[in-house]
Write a protein that binds this ligand. Sequence first.
Ligand code: GLP
Length: 235
Amino acid sequence: MANNIRYVKVADKKEGADVVLERMREELAGGLEVLGLATGSTMEPIYAAWADSDLDFSGVTSFNLDEYVGLGADNPNSYAWFMNHHLFSKKPFMETNIPDGTADNLKEECEEYEARLRDAGIDLQFLGVGENGHIAFNEPGTPFTSNTHVTQLAESTLGVNSQYFEDRSAIPETALTMGIASILSAKKIILIAFGEKKRFALEQLVKGEETTEYPITALLGHPDVTIITDLNGIK
Ligand code: GLP
């Protein structure tokens, strides 16, 4: 799909957060109702800027991308805790949805989550990217047709993300994640990538070839994608 990806180069995270804040303001003014949200350090300055702003999310329903299996909202390493801490405790939403990593039946939880998000229809989905090119927790090799599912985290992801856990053995090795098809069902997508560690992943996208080896390249098949990055020389 030609010219579906717009690259916005920013000087740093601060300018990135400003650009996203203005884009969010336009989307809300344009009637956005369903927002797809991401976690990770990339999103922290973004949510801090939203929390400090006059943006009104009280009419918005959100869907988060993923959650570790076994971690509940009371665990500071869960994505539910991250969202409450960085955004939901500061900005009221009409409704928030995060896959429940503590559900008794994880397969059923995934199916219900997928049905809910498809029924709502995501207007705008935010994404970060893993150093290996993963989006949400869709690791290399995940089919582009995947819906919300239970996934095994890649060794490299466990290595990178374990920095947030007390020790390497404390990080769950499985997670619930929206699938690639779930993500692509959003009307618009914004992916944010800051810092040299993300260069390799963005370079795979710039090459312009879809391959399951690099899940980020699935975005080449979506009609409305914006990449916000501080990396020089990426388009
Ligand atoms: C995790 C999340 C992804 C996120 C990625 C990048 O693996 N599941 O959704 O994009 O981390 O995280 P960070 O922003 O901390 O680099």
